[in-house]
Design a protein around this ligand. Structure first.
Ligand SMILES: Nc1ncnc2c1ncn2[C@@H]1O[C@H](COP(=O)(O)OP(=O)(O)OP(=O)(O)O)[C@@H](O)[C@H]1O
Ligand SMILES: [Mg+2]
Length: 240
């Protein structure tokens, strides 16, 4: 999912299609006979074909899931900062639900068009999830963090519900996160309910003003400092 200045921003339906494709991939691994924890889920490991069908790549860090009597496997911490689940980074305890956390991070990237980790952003904003989380849960604030390059062409209600889904995926406690099957079901339901992008109820005055290089008249938010300059994906440093 590379994106640079010369690349057209992806439309909402395509973003949703990619999210669903990647979620199905993780759900498949998690529910296979020999349960597999992928361990390095991130945007750059989602490969796309010409019709944006997602494939998860780079299984180098994948690990067999815990035996039936165990909740997690204990292993050396490897992965990518900005995506790795907090319990795994802190303790080396790897849960199937640790992948769900990484998926939540990618969902936030899809919604905002921002990278999980970007040290070019102002301090306090380097880690996307730490920075954006408080803005996801409130409808009023959520308007300001959705990728302005969508130019309002997204179903507001579904987008907000995806934000709520991402928050569940990002729960600190692994067992409070949904399974990837549940994630797939939620995303598919939202896709079916909103086949056509609609205009949000309130015009995104803020975003439009921002695009024209003007100061927004309303809803000033600290989020939009240097926002466009910082959008797009780049390599994230490894944890190892
Ligand atoms: N088979 C492929 N076809 C097209 N692009 C690919 C392919 N494999 C990797 N890429 C792209 O090349 C870039 C580098 O990938 P690479 O896997 O080397 O690093 P990474 O995904 O950033 O980190 P990691 O080493 O943890 O996977 C990424 O943008 C990735 O999406
Ligand atoms: Mg890769």
């Amino acid at each position: 999912m590379a994106g640079g200045a010369s690349v057209q921003p992806l439309a909402w339906n395509i973003r949703l299609k990619i999210a669903i494709g990647a979620a199905r991939g993780l759900a498949f691994l998690h529910t296979s006979d020999k349960q597999v924890i992928y361990r390095d889920f991130k945007a750059s490991n989602i490969l796309l074909d010409g019709s944006y069908t997602a494939k998860i790549s780079d299984f180098g860090l994948a690990k067999l899931g815990p035996s039936a009597s165990q909740s997690h496997v204990t292993t050396r911490v490897m992965g990518t900062y900005g995506y790795a689940a907090p319990e795994y980074v802190a303790t080396g305890h790897l849960y199937v639900k640790s992948d769900v956390y990484g998926f939540g991070v990618v969902l936030v990237e899809i919604l905002t068009g921002l990278r999980a980790l970007d040290t070019n952003r102002p301090s306090g904003q380097h880690n996307l999830v730490d920075w954006i989380k408080p803005y996801l849960s409130e409808k009023r604030k959520f308007r300001h963090i959705i990728d302005a390059r969508l130019q309002g062409q997204y179903p507001y209600k579904a987008a907000y519900q995806i934000a709520q889904l991402s928050l569940k995926c990002l729960e600190a406690e692994p067992k409070h996160r949904p399974s990837m099957r549940e994630v797939v079901e939620t995303l598919e339901r939202l896709q079916a309910s909103d086949q056509k992008p609609k205009q949000p109820r309130v015009r995104p005055t803020h975003s439009m003003a921002h695009r024209q290089g003007q100061q927004p008249l309303h809803h000033r938010s600290p989020l939009h400092t240097n926002l466009d300059r910082n959008r797009g994906y780049q390599h994230s440093p490894r944890v190892r």
